[in-house]
Design a binder for this molecule. Structure first.
Ligand code: ZN
Ligand code: FE
Ligand code: FE
Ligand code: ZN
Length: 266
């Protein structure tokens, strides 16, 4: 059986990844992947919004880098995408980005639970000490639902990111998962199995088995991504991710071209 496509990887333009796109592609070929997609952190309308994404004037260079990887690896399908931060009020900007290039898909990710707090940023780890974990999780899943309902994204990224550093509420989060996943289902959003969580303090794929089982029951489709920030991370821990998907009941995964979805076996 063909390995799932790795649909989540970055480039040095985001200022916290290394290796040119063509090196990521080379690693994918070495692993026997037949399809990958670049999904670097999208620019914001204000370039100084934070320091972990490309500037708007680098967007064309990003696309050129993906084209170079395609030219160097004609046997590999390489999709053009972005990991777009969803914040309420940014919808018009995201539509402007969507119109600029022939994207294959957008991953909608929530990193910010407010205008100023990106919960996965190690530099802001101390912020967690002032917060109640359940309230952060609830705010996060509220935004995730808004992202899915916006219709701007094919895939919702790492959908239990607040667990990254191990901050877990004592209260049951099942109702938060259910509400978000029902919205995802209604708006035809897939969710991703993101293996980067295995490389973080939480040491667990995003999302948890519990969340993934609800997603399967509700009929929310999945994609796979290693969230590589270096070439050798492409396809990392895909065996575990496939095992998790199958244990939750999944036998299919999505592929995207021109923002159109089709399902293939896993
Ligand atoms: Zn990143
Ligand atoms: Fe992310
Ligand atoms: Fe990412
Ligand atoms: Zn990410």
């Amino acid at each position: 059986m063909q390995l799932p496509a790795d649909y989540h990887m970055h480039t040095p333009l985001c200022r916290h990844a290394r290796g040119e796109p063509t090196e990521y592609a080379r690693h994918a070929v070495r692993l026997g992947l037949d399809e990958i997609g670049f999904s670097d952190h999208s620019p914001m309308r204000q370039d100084d919004f934070d320091n972990w994404r490309m500037r708007f004037d680098q967007l064309d260079a990003y696309v050129a880098g993906v084209h170079q990887a395609r030219a160097d690896h004609p046997g590999l399908n390489i999709r053009l995408a972005l990991e777009v931060d969803y914040l309420p009020g940014h919808e018009a900007w995201i539509r402007e980005l969507a119109a600029r290039h022939p994207w294959d898909y957008f991953i909608g990710s929530v990193h910010y639970v407010s205008e100023s707090w990106d919960i996965d940023n190690p530099a802001k780890l101390s912020e967690w000490r002032h917060r109640d974990a359940f309230e952060v999780w609830a705010a996060y899943f509220e935004r995730l639902g808004q992202a899915a309902a916006s219709g701007l994204f094919e895939i919702i990224g790492h959908c239990d990111l607040p667990k990254k550093f191990g901050h877990r509420p004592s209260r049951d989060c099942t109702p938060l998962y259910e509400k978000f996943l029902q919205i995802a289902r209604q708006h035809n959003c897939a969710i991703e199995l993101n293996t980067a969580g295995l490389r973080k303090e939480c040491q667990e794929i995003y999302p948890s088995r519990e969340l993934l089982q609800i997603a399967f029951q509700l009929g929310v489709p999945i994609t796979f991504g290693a969230d590589a920030h270096a070439p050798e991370e492409v396809g990392m821990n895909f065996a575990e991710a496939i095992q998790l998907a199958r244990a939750a009941g999944y036998r299919e995964t999505c592929r995207f071209a021109n923002r159109q979805r089709r399902l293939v076996g896993i």
